[in-house]
Design a protein around this ligand. Structure first.
Ligand code: A3P
Length: 356
């Protein structure tokens, strides 16, 4: 679909001698470059034409279409942009990593499927009891189009529900069809940073050295994090939600924590399936909130032992699930730096976070 985005993908191929290419591959492998395995020479050459910075989990992050991204995800996004065909009822859940993606997937799946799987009577066949939310709502870039695959999506039940971390600017051509709806979940950048730092250090392979908090913080403030800069990611969806509220619903993690039922109603109405009075009387809204709560999901066996995204253990997806855990980690000077950055980048946009 994304013909115009495809045109903007930098395809300059620098001249490399075969010897240089082999050195590059050898060097990558020896430093734990599993992330480059299986990529073609042509693709690696294209990567080499992009600006790069030290990665958090992989050796490098590349600046691709204006955002920072790992090699394999770039390959997947290119395949997605080329091949994905949206349908009018599609639902796309979008986040920057560690903003509550898992929670949003659980909520949206349960709302959309509540007539098939009743959250109130909650029989043991409810998919959320035996599957991680990432298995119920697949990512474009980590799952469906991973490795440059072109999946057959014709058998998916309607409304097809997908998830992505792709910034709005690189997603929009693929979801332009009327009726496609996007739900964006945003989280305050302080907690998102701390959550990312913990997660990366939990899932990284042993051959990669841990990323220290100070170093990660500096990268984060320079915008260097997967799918970042975070402020551009947020603002892309924020502005679109103001321009086209019927197309993009903008939610905040902190608001969901404060009042999940009001936000569930908002989400349900946006998805075209508002709760009826009878459902409200029967306690459907509360049942969905309880089923998808951090405490409930974290204790399920499937979320303790299985692996759903790439080869990462599900248990790392459920850490604390709190607002303001950052106060336990950031120094006063770091708080000052990030606060100033947030003011500078988001000031005047109308997008604000309460940090208490
Ligand atoms: P913390 O690391 O602060 O605990 P993502 O799903 O985008 O990877 O985000 C992960 C963050 O969301 C983690 O935050 C995780 O604990 C939290 N989380 C996961 N499931 C949740 C839920 N059902 N409710 C609230 N927070 C949840």
């Amino acid at each position: 679909m994304a013909t115009s985005s495809m045109k903007s993908i930098p395809m300059a191929i620098p001249s490399f001698s075969m010897c240089h290419k082999l050195e590059l591959l050898k060097e990558g492998k020896s430093k734990g470059q599993e992330d480059h395995e299986g990529l073609s020479y042509e693709f690696q050459e294209m990567l080499d034409s992009l600006p790069k910075e030290r990665g958090w989990r992989t050796r490098y992050l590349y600046l691709f279409q204006g955002f920072w991204c790992q090699a394999k995800e770039i390959q997947a996004i290119m395949s997605f942009q080329k091949h994905f065909q949206s349908l009018p009822n599609d639902v796309v859940l979008a986040t920057i990593p560690k903003s509550g993606t898992t929670w949003l997937k659980a909520l949206a799946f349960t709302i959309l499927n509540r007539h098939r799987f009743d959250p109130v009577s909650l029989s043991s066949d409810h998919p959320l009891l035996t599957s991680n939310p990432h298995d119920l709502v697949p990512f474009f870039e980590y799952k469906l189009y991973a490795n440059g695959d072109v999946p057959n999506l014709s058998s998916l039940a309607s409304p097809r529900t997908f998830a992505t971390h792709i910034p709005f600017g690189s997603l929009m051509d693929s979801i332009e069809k009327p009726g496609v709806k996007v739900v964006y979940l945003c989280r305050n950048p302080f907690d998102t940073f701390i959550s990312s730092w913990h997660y990366i250090n939990n899932i990284k392979s042993e051959s990669v050295s841990p990323v220290l908090l100070d170093e990660a913080f500096d990268l984060y403030c320079r915008g260097v994090i997967g799918f970042g800069p975070f402020w551009e990611h947020m603002l892309g969806y924020w502005r679109e939600s103001l321009k086209r509220p019927e197309k993009v619903l903008f939610l905040k993690y902190e608001d969901l924590k404060e009042d999940i039922e009001t936000n569930l109603k908002k989400l349900s109405s946006f998805l075209g399936l508002p709760f009826t009075e009878e459902e409200e009387r029967k306690g459907v809204v509360k049942a969905i909130a309880d089923l998808c709560s951090f405490e409930n999901l974290k204790k399920l066996e499937v979320n303790k032992s299985n692996k759903s995204i790439k080869n990462f253990e599900n248990r790392f997806l459920f850490r604390k699930g709190e607002v303001s855990d950052w106060v336990n980690y950031l120094s006063p000077s770091q708080v000052e730096r990030l606060s100033a950055l947030v003011d500078d980048k988001l000031g005047g946009s109308g997008l604000t976070f309460s940090l208490s």
